[in-house]
Design a protein around this ligand. Structure first.
Ligand code: PAF
Length: 280
C-alpha cells in the first residue's frame, strides 16, 4: 500500500509510520524504465524491514530561463501506479509553494567548482538548484540511503560530495544507466523526440561506445573516436564531449578510471549521456 502526501505536515506524519531504514528515490516524475531501476534498487537496499520513499517534484530552481520547466512532462497518476507496483511505501509530491513557501530561497547550496564545469557551464545555476532541493528532501524525508542514477554522473558526484562535505550521514547509492534496446539512455526528455530526432539522438550512445572501444589506446584516442561519431551527425549540436575524473569532473585524465561525458541538442531537446572508461 503506497501513501501519497503533498504537504510537509502530512509527510512528517507518514514518515513517522514508516518501518526500518528509509531509502529515498528523488525524482521529477514522468517515471520511465530508468526510474524503475532506481525503485527496484531502493526496494532491495531497504530489505524486508525497511521502506522506500519516492519524491516527485519538478524543481523550478534547477531550470534556467528558456529551459523546459513549463513543458516538462507531469504524469502523477501513472507515476503513482508505478511506485505502488514497485513497493514504495510513501510518495511525497509537493507543490512548488510547499517546497519554497517564501518563494525563491535566499540561502542555497553552492556546488563549488565542480558545479561550474560541463553541465554547470551550459546550465548556470543548475547544480545549485539540484543540491538545494536534494538537501531539503534529505532534511524532510530523513533517509538512511538515497539512490541516484549514473546517467546523471555529474549530479551523482556532486550529491556524494555534498554529503561528504556537509556531514549529512546518508549513503548515496549509484544505479547503472538503463538503455533502450538500441542504446538510447532512458530519460524523461526522450518523449520530446520525433522519430527522426530519436534516430539522430542514437549518435550519443554510439559515440560513447566508440570512445570506450578505443580505451586501450589512451585518452586522446577515446576522445577522437567519440568525436568522429558526433561529427558524422550534422543534426546534432554538441555542447561538450569530455573525459574526466568521475569524482571531480575535471580533466584531462591520464589514467583509468574516467567518465566520458557528452551533451548535445537534437532539435529543441537537450540530452546527456556518459560511460565509464576503465576501472570497475
Ligand atoms: O535527477 C533528477 O531527477 C533531479 O535532478 C533530482 C535529483 C530529483 C532533483 O530535482
Amino acid at each position: 500500500m503506497t501513501e501519497m502526501v503533498r504537504t510537509r505536515d502530512e509527510l512528517a506524519q507518514a514518515r513517522a509510520r514508516l518501518s526500518g531504514p528509509v531509502v529515498l528515490v528523488p525524482t521529477m516524475g514522468a517515471l520511465h524504465e530508468g526510474h524503475l531501476a532506481l525503485l527496484r534498487a531502493a526496494r532491495s537496499l531497504a530489505g524486508d524491514g525497511g521502506s522506500v520513499a519516492v519524491s516527485i517534484f519538478v524543481n523550478p530552481l534547477q531550470f534556467g530561463p528558456g529551459e523546459d520547466l513549463d513543458r516538462y512532462p507531469r504524469t502523477l497518476d501513472e507515476d503513482l501506479v508505478l511506485c505502488a507496483k514497485e513497493g514504495a511505501a510513501l510518495v511525497f509530491a509537493p507543490s512548488a509553494a510547499e517546497m519554497y513557501p517564501k518563494g525563491r530561497p535566499a540561502v542555497t547550496v553552492d556546488p563549488g567548482p565542480m558545479g561550474a564545469v560541463l553541465e554547470g557551464e551550459f546550465r548556470p545555476g543548475f547544480f545549485g538548484g539540484v543540491l538545494t532541493v536534494v538537501l531539503k528532501l534529505f532534511n524532510l524525508v530523513r533517509p538512511s540511503v538515497a539512490v541516484f542514477g549514473e546517467k546523471d554522473a555529474q549530479q551523482f558526484a556532486l550529491v556524494r560530495r555534498m554529503v561528504a562535505d556537509l556531514d549529512l550521514g546518508i549513503r548515496i547509492a549509484p544505479v547503472p544507466t538503463v538503455r533502450d534496446a538500441d542504446g538510447l539512455a532512458t530519460s524523461s526528455r526522450n518523449r520530446y523526440l520525433s522519430a527522426d530526432e530519436r534516430a539522430r539522438a542514437l549518435t550519443l550512445s554510439r559515440a560513447l561506445r566508440a570512445g570506450a572501444a578505443a580505451a586501450a589506446a589512451g585518452p586522446d584516442a577515446v576522445l577522437a573516436a567519440a568525436r568522429a561519431e558526433l561529427d558524422g551527425e550534422p543534426g546534432l549540436a554538441v555542447d561538450y564531449l569530455a573525459l574526466v575524473d568521475p569524482e571531480t569532473f575535471t580533466g584531462p585524465v591520464d589514467s583509468r578510471p574516467a567518465v566520458l561525458a557528452v551533451a548535445a541538442r537534437v532539435g529543441a531537446t537537450r540530452l546527456i549521456d556518459n560511460v565509464r572508461i576503465g576501472g570497475a
